[in-house]
Design a protein around this ligand. Structure first.
Ligand code: PLP
Length: 808
């Protein structure tokens, strides 16, 4: 027998053994879910081996490590990725085929780990994959939410949210570390004994560690995602139990354990108030204890902490770590304040993810006093010393100091978590070139004046393992045949495709891959919505959180324009098009939910209009998440990235779609700009106002009504919506949406960009008619996406921020 067939025979045996031993079924009776669990157990054992070896290696080499602190990790499924990393995909496929199932069906049985809302959480997951693949000594730290991102159902066109009990049947991918638990304290008051501060807390909860092992690719190294679960301290409820008051005992237990129950389904604004603050502190406090314990074990002192430890703040959610590290160093280890502050600044770094001032996180001073009284004192002291220094920089400029202050004194006093993060870090980065430039020109201009070298850019990336190799096996094998397989870990190799653009046979193969991915997507659309679409149509895709700044509504305006134009010119040569949306709206976000409903209402009119047929379809795929994205991205022809210029920090959906051969129609925003620079102006459709024009218009008095009065098709579209053409049973349903554009100032300037957008969509049609020209441009897009690998991003963070060498 060859080595591979030996391997697959032994894997087959291992699967059958796990079916019996762990799952508890006979091989003959195994369902797809049973097989999923058994295959996972086989992979788990191999990962466990790699984990032990990696930990031993990093410990003995006394490596500097990076700790990536994030409230969110939007992981999705683990199975396919783990099998690929272990190099046992084919053997596993053979193994399950013995049971008359396909590996794909078996993998589909795994629930998504949706411990994140959107881009920020998915970025953290791509980063873990790259950290492991680059052999970077690293841990991710977060919360083991019992309930992840809500599941979205659509009932009569409206979003309905269901809880996501992803752990209900257990997950084979976590390793509970029963012996790793730290106390986390809250409330109470602070006693000052001379120089010493003692925090007399009023409540305590235990943080228990659960590890997810993150396999690297083309390496035996693995990384760790350590997630914390809140558990009531054992001593707490005994009294109630002993008196037989089980109800009371359970209630007390819940008051503590609710900290890790649920992910806040909110993209950008702080919500849930106190519980959310408790969550932030909970995972930070546990992580800092774990990190310091490991450091002391390996190095015996905290004096060199910053030399061996880099802690990264993914947005401001973990920013309280700055005060927590100061508290632990000074109060618990008696380190002098000045020394602790030096260590602190050199340990932390911070990524900002938004330019919108209203999305910057702040906490009322009163709430912070109530939940974390000692931390508030520390923040005040950091602030006092910081402002004293800043006052020397610009003497007498009180406005400058007020803007820099960690405390917002206007109205109810609030702690500004972004300011705390900047002051406590040695590096602060934005996530695309434009975003990083705008940060230092706008919201952080005062800090940049003070510390120009602190600010830098790290353009986001996505992992090619999940977003190309796993999501698009058809394109992956065409690439393997054409340019070899190294692109998986050296995405720059895609550049080799450029020489194939004029090769007709290659283009045909490339088109055939796209066609079959579109057929797969069409099948998913029919399964999830009941709507039949033709894979011969242009698949026009906008998938992302539903948010006004992302302008799904502008896309709908175009769809209605097209609908009206088709009715007016039924015999023109229309390019058949399917406009596809997917995305969740935050549960309290009324306008976003109204946009979802509008999409459905417009869809049911268009899709059921016999005059339209296949010329135009509008579909909304429910329950967008990582696994749904893996089906959508490879089947897209056109990628809609149409945020108002200056609002999307980077975007990563734009990268995934282009990597899978979609052409982008987009504004000059976020990473779209860098995609344009890499693929070339002729291979992307850029339209609309640029950031300086947006800002100038805002200042000069933007008048949306002028566009309405001046553009007949725009007027017809808005009149149709507000007049109830798509909601005859309730004609006023969309008046608020239209009024916000016409009378409410059209904050995101949809009307200003409408004409340019519609004209650019016409250019899309003409190119799509020339299928060879379209394919060439799609290939050029794929060829130039190498720079958008998260491996490049992480290598850059490691070198320029964390000070850790990597092999990349
Ligand atoms: C990539 C991704 C996002 C981010 O999409 P953007 O278009 O960059 O906003 C959100 N959710 C999921 C599930 C993703 O995979």
């Amino acid at each position: 027998m060859s080595t591979t067939s030996t391997a697959s025979a032994s894997l087959r045996a291992a699967i059958d053994e796990q079916l019996l031993k762990t799952v508890g079924v006979s091989a003959q009776d195994a369902t797809q879910t049973d097989l999923m669990k058994a295959v996972a157990q086989v992979a788990r054992a191999q990962l466990s081996q790699r984990w032990v070896e990696t930990q031993a290696h990093d410990r003995s080499s006394q490596a500097r490590r990076v700790y990536y602190l994030s409230m969110e990790f939007l992981i999705g499924r683990t199975m396919s990725n783990a099998l690929a990393a272990l190099g046992i995909t084919d053997a596993a496929a053979k193994g399950v085929s013995e049971h008359a199932h396909t590996l794909e069906e078996v993998c589909d049985r795994e629930p998504d780990a949706a411990l994140g809302n959107g881009g920020l959480g998915r970025l953290a997951a791509c980063f873990l994959d790259s950290m492991a693949t680059l052999d970077l000594p690293s841990f991710g730290y977060g919360i083991r939410y019992e309930y992840g991102m809500f599941a979205q159902d659509i009932v009569r066109g409206t979003q309905v949210e269901y809880p996501d009990p992803w752990l209900a049947d257990g997950t084979p991918w976590e390793f509970p570390r029963a012996d790793i638990s730290f106390p986390v304290r809250f409330g109470g008051w602070v006693e000052h004994l001379g120089e010493r501060a003692v925090w007399r807390h009023s409540a305590e909860v235990a943080a228990k560690a659960y590890d997810m092992v993150i396999p690297g690719h083309a390496t035996d190294k693995v990384s760790t995602l350590r997630l914390w679960k809140a558990v009531a301290p054992a001593h707490l409820d005994l009294a109630a139990f002993n008196t037989g008051d089980y109800g009371r005992a359970a209630q007390v237990k819940n008051e503590f354990e609710n900290i890790s129950w649920v992910l806040y389904p909110n993209d950008s604004t702080p919500a849930g108030r106190e519980l959310r603050l408790r969550q932030e502190y909970f995972f930070v406090a546990a992580s800092v204890q774990d990190i310091l314990q490991r450091h002391i074990l390996e190095h015996g002192t905290l004096a060199n902490l910053h030399e061996k430890v880099a802690m990264h703040l993914n947005d401001t959610h973990p920013a309280i770590a700055v005060a927590e590290l100061m508290r632990v160093l000074c109060d618990e280890h008696s380190m002098p304040w000045a020394q602790a502050w030096e260590i602190c600044k050199n340990t932390f770094s911070y990524t900002n993810h938004t330019l919108m001032p209203e999305a910057l996180e702040t906490w009322p001073v009163a709430l912070m006093q109530h939940v974390l009284p000692r931390h508030l004192e520390i923040i005040f002291r950091i602030n006092a010393e910081f402002l004293e220094m800043a006052a020397k920089f610009r003497p007498g400029d009180n406005g400058f100091l007020a803007r820099l202050s960690l405390i917002d004194e206007a109205g109810e006093r609030r702690v500004r978590m972004a300011n705390l993060s900047i002051v406590g870090s040695h590096k602060v980065n934005g996530v695309s070139a434009l975003h990083s430039d705008l940060l230092v020109e706008t919201i952080f201009a005062d800090f940049a004046a003070l510390w120009p070298d602190r600010f830098t850019n790290m353009t986001n990336g996505v992992t090619p393992r999940r977003w190309l190799s796993q999501a698009n096996p058809g394109l992956a094998s065409l690439l393997d045949e054409t340019i070899g397989s190294e692109w998986r870990i050296k995405l720059d190799k895609l550049k080799l495709l450029e020489s194939k653009v004029d090769d007709a046979a290659f283009r045909d193969a490339f088109k055939a891959v796209k066609r079959s991915n579109k057929a797969r997507l069409a099948a998913h659309i029919e399964r999830s919505t009941g709507i039949k679409v033709s894979p011969d149509s242009l698949f026009d895709v906008q998938v992302k959180r539903i948010h006004e700044y992302k302008r799904q509504l502008l896309n709908v305006l175009h769809v209605i324009t097209r609908y009206q134009d088709i009715l007016a010119n039924p015999n023109a040569d229309w390019v058949p098009r399917v406009t596809i949306f997917a995305g969740k709206a935050a549960s309290s976000y009324v306008a976003a939910k109204s946009i979802i409903r509008l999409i459905h209402d417009v869809g049911s009119v268009i899709n059921n209009d016999p005059r339209i047929g296949d010329k135009l379809k509008l579909v909304f795929i429910p329950n967008y998440g990582v696994s749904v994205a893996e089906i959508i991205m490879p089947g897209a022809d056109l990628s809609e990235q149409i945020s108002t210029a200056g609002t999307e920090a980077s975007g990563t959906g734009n990268m995934k779609l282009a990597l899978n051969g979609a052409l982008t129609i987009g504004t000059d925003d976020g990473a779209n700009i860098e995609i344009r620079q890499n693929v070339g102006d002729d291979n992307i459709f850029i339209f609309g106002l640029r950031t300086p024009e947006v800002l100038a218009l805002k200042r000069g008095g933007y008048q949306p009504m002028r566009h309405y009065e001046g553009n007949r098709s725009l007027k017809a579209v808005l009149d149709a919506i507000s007049g109830g053409q798509f909601s005859p049973e309730e004609p006023g349903r969309y008046r608020p949406l239209v009024d916000a554009l016409l009378w409410g100032g059209d904050h995101y300037m949809l009307l200003a960009d409408y004409e340019s957008y519609v004209a650019t969509q016409a250019k899309v049609d003409s190119l799509y008619r020339q299928s060879d020209e379209w394919a060439k441009r799609a290939i050029i897009n794929v060829a130039n996406m190498g720079v958008f690998s998260s491996d490049r991003t992480i290598a850059q963070y490691a070198k320029e921020i964390w000070g850790i060498p990597t092999k990349a």
